[in-house]
Design a protein around this ligand. Structure first.
Ligand code: PEP
Ligand code: MN
Length: 369
């Protein structure tokens, strides 16, 4: 797929800011005036709000479109709103909305995305596609493909994190790797980070914005409200226009790379060492698996179960303590050990059982020989 930038500008980052929802004309305009001199590229406000539970504020609907047109006329900022149906697209076209965005709850539904793509076909309006609520990379790419097939080229993606069940520091866990994969697979596609829906709270917005810059995102989407505590939706994550300005001014935008020969030389030397370590790590894991298979034969001989809870607990705890001394996070080492342990189990299963067995890590089928 080939893409065009959503705006004709070289300067990065792309900044999108504005309230979660358009509530009243006064609120839309006062927030817009607060942002007008802050160099943002696009003013956002949702007028149709897909809410997880009924009863929450579901948006003002078409009544909000003239308010956005006023923002455009009076401040000169371009405006964007969320579209979820073909009808929304037609209404927005009537009011000169500059950019459309597709929300996370819509990206999950190929019928809706197709309807939007069909309604937009023949226009050159930029469209930005949020990731689906669940971490399904193909669904995200599929939505982009549908728009591309409809002839649209000014397409960007928005990373807004993924729904999760249970405790998390984030409202929507970022799973950064999925956005990185998208950047790698489609180098011409602009990828913007919606820090507000990832964080769900104000106190970690700045650090998350810096993280997005460090990962080379093309821009940020931030929910900004003239009176955040009184917002009709997503109050806990919205910030004032002033706070937005302060936050942006503290962020450090680093270069994507440097041609400086010293830099190149240093990096090259470190990378060589890293490659050697990677090689050793793989060799060590292979040797470890060899021992795991030997244990598999011993267990098979005595008809002993593969999974040994006490051993696994002791090993995991010992490794976690060692890992902490080496400045590795518990979270990382747990994931790493679990992957190794699961691979060990599937290798022993291969020894113990006849026929095909499934690798618990990759889902691959092994032929038991
Ligand atoms: C929004 O941007 O206000 C919104 C509803 O976001 P998401 O689709 O990411 O939940
Ligand atoms: Mn919101």
């Amino acid at each position: 797929m080939n893409f065009k930038p959503i705006f004709n500008k070289e300067k990065r980052p792309i900044l999108i800011a504005g309230p979660c929802s358009a509530e009243t004309e006064e609120q839309v305009l006062s927030t817009a005036y607060g942002l007008a001199n802050q160099g943002i590229d696009l003013y956002r406000a949702g007028i149709w709000k897909p809410r997880t539970r009924p009863g929450a504020f579901e948006g003002v609907g078409v009544a909000g479109l003239p308010w956005l047109r006023r923002v455009k006329e009076e401040t000169g900022m371009k405006v964007t709103t969320e579209v979820a149906t073909g009808q929304h697209v037609y209404e927005c076209l009537k009011y000169g909305i500059d950019v459309f965005w597709i929300g996370a709850r819509t990206t999950v539904n190929p019928f809706s995305v197709q309807e939007i793509a069909d309604a937009m076909a023949g226009t050159d309006i930029p469209v930005i596609v949020k990731n689906p609520v669940n971490p399904d990379y193909k669904l995200w790419v599929g939505a982009i493909e549908r728009l591309h097939k409809a002839g649209l080229r000014r397409i960007a993606a928005i990373h807004r994190g993924f729904s999760t069940y249970g405790d998390s520091k984030y409202r929507n866990v970022p799973r950064w790797q999925m956005a990185i994969d998208l950047m790698q697979e489609f180098p011409g596609l602009e990828v913007i980070c919606d820090i507000s829906h990832i964080c769900g709270r104000r106190d970690i917005l700045a650090e998350t914005a810096q993280k997005a810059y460090d990962l080379n995102f093309d821009g940020l989407m931030v929910e900004v409200h003239s009176d955040p505590d009184k917002a009709w939706s997503d109050a806990s994550q919205q910030i004032t226009p002033e706070r937005f300005g302060e936050m942006i001014s503290t962020l450090v935008r680093r270069h994507s790379t440097s041609q400086d020969p010293d830099f190149q030389e240093q990096i090259e030397s470190f990378r060589q060492q890293i490659d050697e370590f990677d090689d050793e790590i793989i060799q060590h894991i292979a040797q470890r698996m060899h021992l795991v298979r030997e244990i598999g034969y011993v267990k098979k001989d005595k008809n002993v179960a593969i999974f040994q809870l006490e051993r696994w607990r002791a090993l995991a705890e010992a490794c976690r303590i060692r890992a902490e001394k080496g400045d590795l996070s518990r979270e990382f080492i747990s994931m790493f050990l679990e992957a190794i342990h699961q691979e060990g189990i599937s290798q022993q299963e291969r020894i113990m059982n006849d026929g095909m067995v499934e690798s618990t890590v990759t889902g691959d089928l092994w032929m038991n020989d």
